[in-house]
Structure formats: structure tokens, C-alpha cells
Design a binder for this molecule. Structure first.
Ligand code: GLV
Length: 310
């Protein structure tokens, strides 16, 4: 039996080598060279893979997302019915996201855009000092990624708030939940960070209603999914000055089309879905463990809860 890999051509070999380093006996097929469809027992896939295509494999028993997010696998038509989906939970994925969040929080908190503008004008001017203890951070999503970012930011001495759909507690974080909690947190947030899973409930959460609930001059950081942001609402909030700056790693669609205003907007700091990139050698042990679990009929790890959408 064989494992099907499907991702960008330039990373396919890295994935194959990483899985074989953990279990050299695995038979790995690189999409689209799947060979006999009846031999495929597991598919390890990234965003571009067509879920209808996976219905071709009659003996498929496991689908693994090559990232922390699984929205691309769950959206219609979804995975073949009855096939479990696992996602990745990885210390490097989590710490890389926390680094990217920290980079952008410090960029805005320490007035870096303003100092760059002064440098351009050769203007020697010190701005009033930012107060770390008074800079209010609000994190949307306090799961794996959000709670790690909260810990890192908390260690700087900056007050951290966190929002989730249902009530949660997190040490050192003032938590909010539900629709009312979202607006209550927004009203006190200077830097809003989105690290939510993308589900039908969270799609479009970064919209005019939420953005205008933030104090004027707030910043937004989105490291989650492009689908969380209503692009026109974000551009309008940036244009009006209500939002002073945005660090955006994710868009819909990706790659971001050349005509998008986000590319050139002076208040936007853009990265090409690169905030936290899966390192195959780091995640291969959990993928192989799940393949072994599947073969032995043992419980699978990091399974997606279809009812929650992550
Ligand atoms: C990246 O976007 C991931 O889901 O890991």
C-alpha cells in the first residue's frame, strides 16, 4: 500500500525524504503519479489538492493536512465521506507564528512605520515613547497558535486579551467569548491579532463592524486565513485612517493578484503566506505515527473535529 503526497512541486521531494527518514519502508507516490488508485491508503495534501480527486482512491483511510489549517480540506465538496482528517500540531509551526506576530506587534508598538517615514525625509525627530504596559493586545483565537503568541507577548509585559467562540480561560490572559465578548474586547484593543481557524462562523470576522469597534488608530495583524478578512472593509478602514496599519500574511485568493491594492498600500506590511511554513522534517514523525496508527487500527492523533471545523 502507498502514501500519496500532493503539494507544491519544489517541496514534494523534501516531504518524501522527511517521511522516508522516519520510516524507510513507506511506499511514497508523488501526485499526479499516484499509480494504481487501489494502492493509496493515505493522502498527505496541501491547499491546492482537489477533494473530488481524492474520491478516486477506494482504499483511502486517512487524509493529513500539510499545515495547521484544514479549511481547504473541509470546504465543499469536502473530504470523501467517512475518511478521517488529521492536521499538524508542531512546535516549530507554533513558534514561527509567534515570531511573526511578535515582529509585527513590535513594528507597530515601537512606531517603526513612523520612524521609517522620518528616515526617508531625513528628519531627526523623537516621537513620544510608547508605553508597553498600556498597549492593549487582543488575540482572536486562543488555541495552539493564539495561546503561544499570548505567552510570548505576555513575557514583554504587554497586557494580553484573548477571544474565542466559546468560553475559555488562559493563564495571564483576560479572556472574552461570543459575539458580545468580541465587541467588548475590540473596544479596548490597540493591536488586534487574528489566529482563528477559518470556519463558516469565523469567515469575514475582520469586517467593518469589528474594525470600527476598534479604537481609532488601532492596528490589525492577520496570520490566519485570507477568508477571515473582508478585503474592501479592511482597505476602507486603512484609507480612512481608522486602522493605522495592517500586517497581512494571508489573502483570498492566493497568490494575491498583482492588481490588488494590498500590494502597494502604504499602511500594509505584506508577507506571502510565509508567517509559519511547515518544515517537513519536523512534522514527519507525527504523520508517520498516524500512518502506523491507521494500519494497526489504533486511535489517530491530531484529528479534525468536523463539527467544529478544525
Ligand atoms: C499554514 O497556513 C498552516 O495552516 O499551517
Amino acid at each position: 500500500m502507498a502514501i500519496l503526497l500532493s503539494t507544491k512541486a519544489h517541496t514534494m521531494q523534501d516531504w518524501k525524504a522527511a517521511l522516508l527518514a522516519v520510516d524507510p519502508s513507506l511506499e511514497i507516490r508523488l501526485f499526479p503519479d499516484a499509480g494504481d488508485p487501489a494502492e493509496i491508503e493515505a493522502a498527505v495534501v496541501w491547499t491546492a489538492h482537489d477533494m473530488m480527486e481524492l474520491r478516486r482512491y477506494p482504499n483511502l483511510k486517512l487524509i493529513v493536512s500539510m499545515g495547521a489549517g484544514v479549511d481547504h480540506l473541509l470546504r465543499a465538496p469536502g473530504p470523501p465521506p467517512g475518511i478521517p482528517v488529521a492536521r499538524l500540531k508542531d512546535v516549530l509551526l507554533t513558534s514561527a507564528m509567534a515570531e511573526w506576530v511578535l515582529l509585527n506587534v513590535l513594528r507597530f508598538h515601537r512606531q517603526d512605520p513612523e520612524y521609517r517615514a522620518l528616515q526617508q525625509r531625513k528628519e531627526w525627530l523623537e516621537l513620544s515613547a510608547p508605553s508597553t504596559a498600556e498597549r492593549r493586545i487582543g488575540i482572536l483565537g486562543i488555541g495552539e497558535l493564539g495561546s503561544a503568541s499570548a505567552r510570548v507577548l505576555g513575557s514583554l509585559g504587554v497586557p494580553v486579551m484573548g477571544w474565542s467562540r466559546s468560553a475559555r480561560t488562559l493563564a495571564g490572559v483576560q479572556t472574552f467569548h461570543g459575539a458580545d465578548g468580541l465587541m467588548a474586547m475590540a473596544a479596548k484593543t490597540d493591536i488586534l491579532i487574528c489566529l482563528l481557524p477559518l470556519t463558516p462562523q469565523t469567515r469575514g470576522v475582520l469586517n467593518t463592524k469589528l474594525l470600527s469597534a476598534l479604537p481609532r488608530g488601532a492596528y490589525v495583524i492577520n496570520g490566519a486565513r485570507g477568508g477571515h478578512m473582508v478585503a474592501e472593509d479592511m482597505l476602507a478602514a486603512l484609507d480612512s485612517g481608522h486602522i493605522a496599519g495592517a500586517a497581512l500574511d494571508v489573502f483570498e485568493p492566493e497568490p494575491l493578484p498583482p492588481e490588488s491594492r494590498f500590494w502597494t498600500h502604504p499602511k500594509v506590511f505584506l508577507t506571502p503566506h510565509a508567517a509559519s511554513i511547515t518544515i517537513p522534517s519536523s512534522v514527519a514523525p507525527q504523520v508517520v505515527e498516524n500512518i502506523h496508527n491507521m494500519r494497526a487500527g489504533r486511535p489517530l492523533i491530531n484529528l479534525v473535529d468536523f463539527s467544529l471545523g478544525y
